[in-house]
Ligand binder design. Structure first.
Ligand SMILES: [Zn+2]
Length: 114
């Protein structure tokens, strides 16, 4: 149900933005989601289709850009892509890592119609 609450949140934020900028409707919503958020993109899009009904986002389309998780290993001094939910270095299997990418979760851009 993680995806469902996120979809509702997106609708709320976009509606607020639309009102603040006196737009007529929202056409496109661009989201950036790091893989460490454990969001299933297909489920999020399905939830968005339901959440937007009857709102000012009725015709809006949701685009999701997924960001691979990257960690820097303090032991190997190397950066690698990691596979959530496993947070360890794939080279040495150590867990002395610093997450550099993958925790992002934000609304990147909205296309509005005025
Ligand atoms: Zn390592």
């Amino acid at each position: 149900m993680h995806e469902w609450s996120l979809a509702i949140e997106i609708v709320k934020i976009a509606e607020k933005e639309l009102k603040e900028r006196n737009a007529k409707k929202v056409e496109e919503v661009f989201l950036e989601i790091g893989s460490l958020n454990n969001i299933v993109v297909e489920q999020l899009i399905d939830a968005f289709e339901i959440a937007k009904k009857g709102t000012l986002l009725d015709d809006a389309k949701l685009y999701v850009e997924e960001i691979e998780a990257v960690a820097f290993c303090n032991k190997c001094n190397k950066r690698s892509e990691i596979e959530p939910p496993f947070i360890f270095c794939p080279l040495c299997m150590g867990n002395d890592v610093k997450i550099e990418k993958g925790e992002e979760l934000h609304l990147k851009k909205l296309t509005l119609e005025f």
